[in-house]
Design a protein around this ligand. Structure first.
Ligand code: DX5
Ligand code: ZN
Length: 219
């Protein structure tokens, strides 16, 4: 089986020292940096805008995985593209014209992702699957780090994997929320390609060991 990509989320980093967070991620063996953008409306929390990605960009050679938890995501994609995002993922629940937005992200030369919250069924994004590079399945209700996984959401990963095989589409499957050393094996079994980890990563005293364990390797 192919190794999972690990995407530490800076949401759980110390916001007064993001350079240290980037250095920790770079040194850990993780391949992506996950940037959680929250507007205080789509989710009950606020984080940061494109300037964070722009300021972190020179500090990391890794893939920047921007997760927009905002209403009207179309207003932000240009700025995040210019700030150095590689993947830009938005919530279908927050967008009226998801397909158009996927096209816009591609026209900016970026990979486009679609995300669903725990209460949203896979069927809501089925028509979009030929057009996406990433499907991000939320395994907690978005808004905060350090929550407990809702394991039922992993069934959606299995469903998406089947649809992907049937359609022969190339998108990656990502899970976000409550991923740690204990829950990672269930996510791997469900067939994920990318695992986001916030609290588990930033609370781990040995981050390289944690990354190896999330991938299912011996620490
Ligand atoms: C939650 C965010 C996640 C968050 C995950 O709304 O989308 O990316 O950082 O945090 P953990 O891994 O702590 O559940
Ligand atoms: Zn996220």
């Amino acid at each position: 089986m192919k190794d999972c990509i690990i995407a530490p989320s800076v949401l759980s980093a110390n916001f007064s020292n993001m350079a240290a967070a980037a250095a920790d991620i770079n040194a850990s063996g993780a391949q992506w940096v996950h940037l959680d953008v929250m507007d205080g409306k789509f989710v009950p929390n606020l984080t940061f805008g494109p300037k964070m990605a722009q300021d972190l960009r020179p500090l990391s050679p890794l893939i920047f995985d921007v997760h927009l938890m905002v209403y009207e995501p179309e207003a932000l994609i240009g700025e995040f593209a210019r700030a150095g995002a590689d993947y830009i993922t938005f919530h279908t629940e927050a967008a009226v014209h998801s397909h158009r937005l996927l096209q816009s992200i591609h026209s900016l030369g970026k990979k486009a992702g679609i995300s669903i919250v725990p209460s949203t069924p896979v069927s809501l994004i089925e028509e979009l699957l030929p057009f996406v590079d990433l499907v991000l399945v939320m395994t907690v209700n978005p808004g905060f780090g350090g929550q407990t996984i809702i394991p039922e959401c992993l069934e959606k990963v299995k469903k998406l994997k089947m649809l992907r095989e049937k359609g022969n589409w190339p998108f990656l499957l990502s899970v976000d929320g409550g991923i740690n050393e204990t829950t990672a094996s269930r996510a791997r079994e469900a067939g994920v390609d990318v695992m986001v980890a916030g609290a588990a990563f930033f609370n781990a005293p040995d981050k390289s060991a944690l990354v190896r364990r999330l991938k299912g390797h011996e620490a």
